[in-house]
Design a protein around this ligand. Structure first.
Ligand code: IPE
Ligand code: IPE
Ligand code: MG
Ligand code: MG
Length: 326
């Protein structure tokens, strides 16, 4: 029998975190359906209601507990705001990626068109900022506003480097740090006034998380992920796993860069990448990041939370491995 591989979101869900997440879920729903326009509520509520792992919210709650805090109304709202920003950024990301599926349901751009998806995404980002300011605190609202800036910068960098055959692993890492790791960092920062000690862990974990997602885009299936695969190459995003594979290119990969590929070329490229060193090299790279993340964890008194935070990076790597096709 195959061994059970825990989903990343199961790792953080201690009883206290799970109880907090139920409250966060209600808050996410309330915030994403708080417009005076029912059409906005329907659209925003559809994407937040379709699930998602709630990993960032769980990280906020776990950080609060790790640093000796409580899961009170402010922490619940902060966690909901983080998820709302994440979901809003996904609405924009799907629009940019021309993706038709997210969280197993049709994307807003596919369902309502790009213009409506664009403003629903704006609504979600702005609504999170407003809730943070009115319910949590000014510093938390500032942290979340900064994160939206970093997100925009990271995404901008990515689109500015589309189809760039000269893109380096450092370029990819810089973009990831803004578009993904900044929000994981903020998920920790908003949890507790001393959240800085956890922020580095969050950031390193965020880089690792995005690289694993990039690997899945190249080496998994849409059925397993609930979102398309091969989309990064299709859109011209040369992600870190691909850039690592290029370091051992024998001349068959490079000619495929710098231009749009046909569906047949994409299929052939994915097959070649899956059969080469890309998967192993990326997983090894991620194990290095996981160990860096653990080295930045503060001392945590609660043994259950400590074990969860220690276990999370490796659990994500194991879960990713279980979704790969080779
Ligand atoms: C998707 O994030 C976007 C990335 C940063 C890779 P998640 O994989 O956490 O998405 P949900 O929230 O579970 O849908
Ligand atoms: C993450 O990048 C998007 C954001 C951080 C906004 P991806 O484009 O890789 O995310 P997926 O794969 O569509 O979920
Ligand atoms: Mg995308
Ligand atoms: Mg992706």
């Amino acid at each position: 029998m195959l061994a059970h591989v825990a989903r990343p979101e199961e790792i953080l869900n201690s009883p206290a975190v799970s109880a907090g997440l139920l409250r966060v879920e209600k808050r996410i729903h309330r915030l994403s359906t708080s417009s005076r326009l029912p059409l906005i509520n329907g659209a925003a509520g559809r994407i937040t209601g379709a699930g998602g792992k709630r990993l960032r919210a769980a990280l906020t709650l776990a950080t609060a507990l790790a640093l000796g805090g409580r899961i009170d109304n402010r922490v619940v709202t902060a966690a909901a705001c983080v998820e709302l920003i994440h979901a809003g950024s996904l609405v924009h990301d799907d629009l940019m990626d021309k993706a038709a599926e997210r969280r197993g349901v049709r994307t807003l751009n596919a369902e309502l068109g790009d213009a409506r998806a664009l403003v629903v995404g704006d609504f979600m980002l702005a609504r999170a900022g407003l809730a943070a300011l009115s319910v949590v605190s000014k510093p938390v609202a500032r942290t979340l506003a900064s994160v939206v800036v970093e997100l925009a910068e990271g995404q901008f960098q990515e689109v500015a480097e589309l189809f760039d055959p000269g893109r380096t692993p450092e370029d990819a890492l810089r973009s990831i740090t803004g578009k993904t790791a900044a929000l994981f960092r903020a998920s920790c920062l908003v949890a507790h006034p001393d959240g800085r000690s956890m922020a580095e862990y969050g950031e390193r974990f965020g880089v690792l998380f995005q690289i694993l997602d990039d690997l899945l885009d190249l080496a998994s299936t849409a059925e397993r992920l609930g979102k398309p695969v091969g989309n990064d190459i299709r859109q011209g995003v040369y992600t870190l796993p691909l850039l690592l594979a290029l370091q051992h290119d024998h001349g068959d990969l490079r000619p495929l860069l710098g231009r749009r590929l046909s569906e047949d070329e994409i299929t052939a490229l994915l097959t070649r990448l899956r059969g080469g060193r890309m998967v192993d090299d990326t997983l090894e790279y991620c194990r290095g990041l996981a160990s860096d993340a653990l080295s930045s964890l503060p001392v945590i008194a609660d043994p259950e939370i400590a074990a969860a935070l220690y276990g999370l990076p490796a659990a994500c790597i194991d879960w990713t491995e279980s979704l790969l096709v080779r």
